[in-house]
Design a protein around this ligand. Structure first.
Ligand SMILES: [Fe+2]
Length: 925
């Protein structure tokens, strides 16, 4: 047994776990919840347990702070505030690993200036306020003294020191301000303050932030200690600073952002087009009443010359603004910039090759595709040596000295080169591929469209019982539906409204597809009908549709192959535009912006979310710049082309619901699971061997348990949730501004109880980690063989009635017809380069369940939170072991069998590179 218990998918009462040797089980809630203490006592108890001493307690201990030899300090006498104690701060600064000459010179200059007084100045702020002035107690200003001496020190990290002298009744340091009077920014990793006889022991400040020169940002930076405080529990000495820091982070909504800023604000997606380049580069603004969409990070750039409402573009290589601490750190930059170089190689060079020789537009045969992994592409550009030098040897796409560019063989081919030709792989991809989130139970036959019949014609599908009756193991259609044996991937309504515009583009041809699957006794799916529809020629008329069924001769075999290619192309588009980009990257961004604007760094929920927000703003900015922009990689490589953004926006407006984005709710919505309180997760899957759902539920459950236990530590009752103004401000703004176009939807979950909070946070952590990983890291390994999963189709099926010449050509050369229907060499190689990059784990990736401490500083001073996270880490490790066992279990035919790839996309750990596994904490690529 892998996981047992009685935890419903929407359990309202958090339960505490007990552990056996080989399984997880769930017991009753902890005693303190069943017998809650009176409010005062409980909160005081929590403070003691978390090491957050109340101010009164510190005052009582003050006599013991006396340093021997200081006048009046010994003997237990109460001291006057004029008595002093010494405290020492150790600041860990991370250096850039590679400095160019300009930076090295600037560093030396700063070291020299430091000697004459233009230095880094610190002030320590107490958690107490001064009894007379009613202001926070502060140390005097001190400077870092050893900056200049350590200029030549080796190593990535340098520890500097500063010494404070504070009043004996200073109390506990709660914040520290830093004024960087150098010319250059520096990255402050952490500060530890100790000395005197601090009753609380050393105080840790986890900073992880760029400190700008006061020339750039005149205000001092403030860092809080790693003790979490709800707003109502903020020590009086920190209250004002807490509010000011958040105000600074919010900005005033005006001005052009500089790269050194750290302001988090909102804007619409009005920078995807480039109207100044021409009409064909105009794109609608995504966001607003007309086209609802999530908000993105505001940059404040000026409008374009030709359209006032469109923000001007920032072209490569200049970066788009993100708040300074959101930018990739050096290691990640290295990984990504090399990825960008690869993209250049595959965007620029094939484009030139194609322009030089028209013969290279199309693949000449399947061997021509295979050669991309074997012989490679011969490059003929003068720039290549310059670019090649920058590609690390470990990169997946390598070049030989002859200037050959070679891809790795995608995993999908590595174990069974011919699997892609068969229906079993086609069906397996719906439950264990890179887009395992669109399979639904078929509950109405024939399937029905929800589109307006006045425009799109009668809503019924043209699939009839006669088409599928022979494939149902003797069941009638109704019996098969009743027994949950029929499933569907329905892309009809997603594509149909856009097909006229797509198919009018030269070299782009698509259908709106539906695929019906039968669940076999072996637990595998079998495609039994594919419907290919086009829009009606006149509004309201019947749609021209073809229904294809499993083949029985050579001709129908090739037509079936082409139909599957069109389905895969529909699937690739929905995967990229809707499930991957919209439902993880884009919809998370408003929650992240609002978190930085409303939750103080000392807020426990900020601390929980922090690792799950890492780099998301930066990767989304890069996506706006190079991937989802007009004529960007997504438009040029995927069939929908210029309507890509609108397809994603249509899903957001018509289907996206935050309350159904959690895994159990999504499975139930799609009808592939039903609620069942007797099952481990409160739901029962209708496809038992559904690798994405099987493994996903393991991680979902682990995340939920961790979040619930963490929330319990800070929110004993509904009142604490409702009265937390920062928390409520975060959620309110996420909905009313970040997702403001959908703010009136009735389905937004309330945030009134600890259970509400745990549920919302579980969904966010799930989306940022496991859900994104499942949709992201298989893109090259499972999608890099273009004939199996063409992101773009260029031809419809040959039609005997419509064009007999084309049909004759198809009969004469079906290989050639198929190859000419899928992407050409340029689109294919460009796509492969990009998805290879997107599938790459950076060397500094942080995976789910790994330690949260950075630079040796605990992420929180709350020992119970640390203990709860250790339990989570153990759950995640256990999940990985279970996943490994499942992958060698021959009864699970969707992940184990002859030439079958294991399903590892939700196996949490991974080495760097393209591994088709690994669950990072955040959406970072
Ligand atoms: Fe991604």
């Amino acid at each position: 047994m892998e996981l047992t218990g009685l935890r419903g998918a929407t359990a309202a009462v958090p339960a505490r776990r007990c552990r056996g040797a080989s399984e997880l089980c769930f017991a009753l809630p902890p005693a303190r919840l069943r017998h809650p203490l009176p409010r005062e006592t409980q909160q005081q108890g929590r403070r003691r347990r978390r090491g957050v001493k109340v101010v009164a307690a510190i005052s009582e201990e003050l006599p013991r702070l006396a340093s021997p030899g200081i006048k009046g300090g010994a003997g237990g006498e109460r001291r006057s505030s004029r008595e002093k104690v010494a405290l020492r701060a150790a600041l860990t600064v991370r250096r850039k690993q590679k400095e160019d000459i300009k930076e090295a010179v600037a560093g030396h200059l700063d070291a020299l200036w430091d000697m004459v007084g233009r230095n880094v100045v610190l002030e320590l702020i107490s958690t107490k306020i001064h009894p007379r002035t009613k202001k926070p107690m502060q140390s005097g200003r001190v400077s870092i003294k050893d900056w200049c001496q350590k200029r030549g020190a080796k190593g990535e990290h340098v520890v500097y020191t500063a010494e404070f002298t504070v009043d004996a009744d200073f109390g506990e340091p709660g914040a520290i301000t830093v004024a960087n009077r150098h010319n250059r920014e520096f990255f402050l990793e952490s500060i530890v303050v100790e000395g005197g006889e601090l009753p609380c022991g050393p105080v840790h400040f986890a900073c992880h932030s760029w400190v700008q020169s006061t020339r750039e940002l005149p205000t001092k930076r403030v860092f809080f200690s790693n003790k979490p405080y709800l707003p109502s529990e903020t020590p009086p000495g920190l209250t004002e600073l807490r509010e000011k820091e958040l105000k600074d982070l919010r900005g005033d909504g005006t001005g052009v952002r500089k790269l050194s800023d750290r302001i988090y604000d909102y804007a619409t997606y009005n920078d995807l087009g480039n109207p100044d380049r021409g009409k064909e580069f105009i794109r609608p603004i995504l966001g607003g009443e007309k086209i609802p969409y999530p908000r993105r990070c505001r940059t404040g750039r000026p409008p374009t010359d030709t359209k006032m409402l469109a923000e001007s573009r920032v072209e490569k290589p200049h970066p788009i603004y993100v708040p300074r601490d959101e930018a990739f750190e050096e290691l990640k930059q290295g990984a990504f910039s090399s990825g960008r170089l690869r993209a250049v190689l595959h965007t620029l060079i094939p484009s030139l090759i194609a322009s030089i020789s028209a013969e290279t537009h199309n693949f000449k045969g399947f061997h021509h595709v295979d050669n991309l992994y074997k012989e490679g592409l011969r490059l003929k550009l003068g720039l290549q040596e310059h670019l090649f030098q920058k590609i690390p040897l470990v990169q997946k796409i390598q070049e030989s000295s002859e200037g050959m560019l070679r891809y790795d063989t995608p995993s999908i081919l590595s174990k069974d080169k011919f699997a892609w030709l068969r229906d079993d792989l086609f069906a397996r991809q719906a439950v264990a591929g890179i887009n395992p989130v669109n399979i639904e139970r078929l509950q109405v036959f024939p399937p029905v469209s929800k589109l307006d019949p006045a425009i799109y014609g009668p809503p019924e599908s043209s699939v009839t019982e006669a088409h599928i009756a022979g494939h149902l193991n003797g069941l009638t259609v109704q019996q098969a539906m009743d027994e949950a044996k029929l499933f569907i991937m329905d892309y009809h309504d997603v594509y149909l409204p856009f097909l006229d515009r797509i198919n009018a583009i030269e070299g782009r041809k698509a259908y709106a597809t539906r695929t019906i699957f039968f669940l076999t006794q072996a637990g595998t799916l079998k495609p039994i009908a594919i419907e290919l529809s086009l829009p009606p020629t006149q509004p309201g008329e019947a749609r021209p549709s073809k229904v294809m069924t499993p083949p029985c001769d050579a001709t129908s075999n090739w037509l079936w192959m082409l139909a599957k290619a069109h389905v895969s192309s529909n699937d690739a588009g929905v995967h990229q535009l809707v499930n991957h980009w919209l439902r993880t990257h884009a919809t998370m961004e408003p929650f992240i912006l609002a978190a930085h604007r409303h939750l103080s760094a000392m807020h426990p929920i900020f601390k929980l979310l922090h690792p799950h927000m890492r780099y998301t703003l930066e990767i989304n900015a890069l996506a706006r710049q190079s991937l989802i922009n007009a004529d960007g990689v997504i438009e040029s490589c995927f069939t929908p082309g210029p309507v890509s953004g609108e397809i994603s926006a249509a899903y957001y407006r018509n289907h996206w619901r935050f309350d159904l984005e959690g895994l159990p709710a999504d499975l139930i919505r799609r009808g592939v699971a039903v609620e069942d309180a007797t099952q481990p997760y409160g739901i029962r899957l209708l496809i038992d061997d559904y690798p994405y759902a099987n493994d996903g539920l393991l991680l979902w459950s682990a995340i939920r348990s961790w979040v619930e236990s963490y929330v319990q530590l800070y929110y004993p009752d509904a009142r604490t949730v409702q009265s937390d103004l920062e928390l409520q401000g975060w959620y309110h703004e996420s909905i009313h501004v970040g997702h403001g176009d959908l703010r009136h939807e009735p389905w937004w979950p309330p945030l009134s109880t600890p259970a509400d909070l745990a549920s919302i946070l579980t969904t966010l952590v799930w989306l940022a980690s496991a859900q994104h990983a499942a949709l992201n890291f298989g893109q090259y390994p499972l999608g890099g063989y273009v004939p199996n999963r063409p992101p773009l189709m260029r031809r419809l099926l040959p039609d005997l009635e419509r064009d007999s010449a084309e049909y004759a050509a198809f009969l004469a050369d079906p290989h050639g017809f198929f190859l000419n229907a899928m992407p050409g060499v340029l689109e294919a190689t460009k796509f492969m380069a990009v998805v290879d990059t997107l599938s790459t784990h950076s060397p500094d990736e942080e995976y789910l369940g790994e330690g949260r401490d950075e630079g040796g500083v605990p992420w929180t001073a709350d020992e119970e939170a640390v203990a709860a996270h250790s339990m989570f880490a153990a759950d995640v490790r256990r999940a990985e072991e279970i996943i490994e066992r499942r992958n060698v279990d021959h009864s699970r035919k969707n992940r184990c069998g002859a030439g079958v790839l294991p399903y590892e996309l939700l196996a949490p750990s991974s080495p760097p590179g393209v591994t088709c596994r690994g669950v990072p904490n955040s959406i970072s690529i």
